[in-house]
Design a binder for this molecule. Sequence first.
Ligand code: ADP
Ligand code: MG
Length: 173
Amino acid sequence: MKKKQFKTESKKILDLMINSVYTNREIFLRELVSNASDAIDKLYYKSLTDRKVKLDKSDFKIKLVPNKEERTLSIIDNGIGMTEDELDNNLGIIARSGSSLFKEMNEKKEDISIIGQFGVGFYSAFMVASKIEVISKAYGEKEAFMWSSDGADGYSIEPTEKDECGTIIKLIS
Ligand code: ADP
Ligand code: MG
């Protein structure tokens, strides 16, 4: 398994964010639930535009599963999921323009507005987790993959097993 490096800019941003941008740690949950909801919207949209996708609105669910003994929290959705490439591209590049993020950050006072705007929401989970595992299976794909990272020094992606499409974000304290 090859460990991939975050781009230098991303490393700086991640470090900055985890340590100083967010003042309310609990914001992470709002970010992850909103991503889960986006993923469900994407698959729901597919079901409206593609007749092959037979899904009912009531099938979609977001579950929050805490495990006290293991000290983990999982955010589980049955949305569109991510392929191996999508895990790499969507979770491997933090806020494409580091300088614009920084500039905007200095202009805005509220964390929430910053987070939503720059596609850095996912990383807010590192405020409460020392390790994150993202297990995902994209809609229509056979294989599932796990992205895992313990923060700024990189991430790895490996094949895993998952029955249904969707994503499990497991936060490990
Ligand atoms: P944003 O939501 O603003 O795009 P995030 O940092 O919150 O930025 O998430 C980055 C990207 O990772 C999303 O745009 C999406 O493509 C992908 N992603 C994150 N969580 C999920 C999920 N639960 N299911 C599918 N894709 C996800
Ligand atoms: Mg988001």
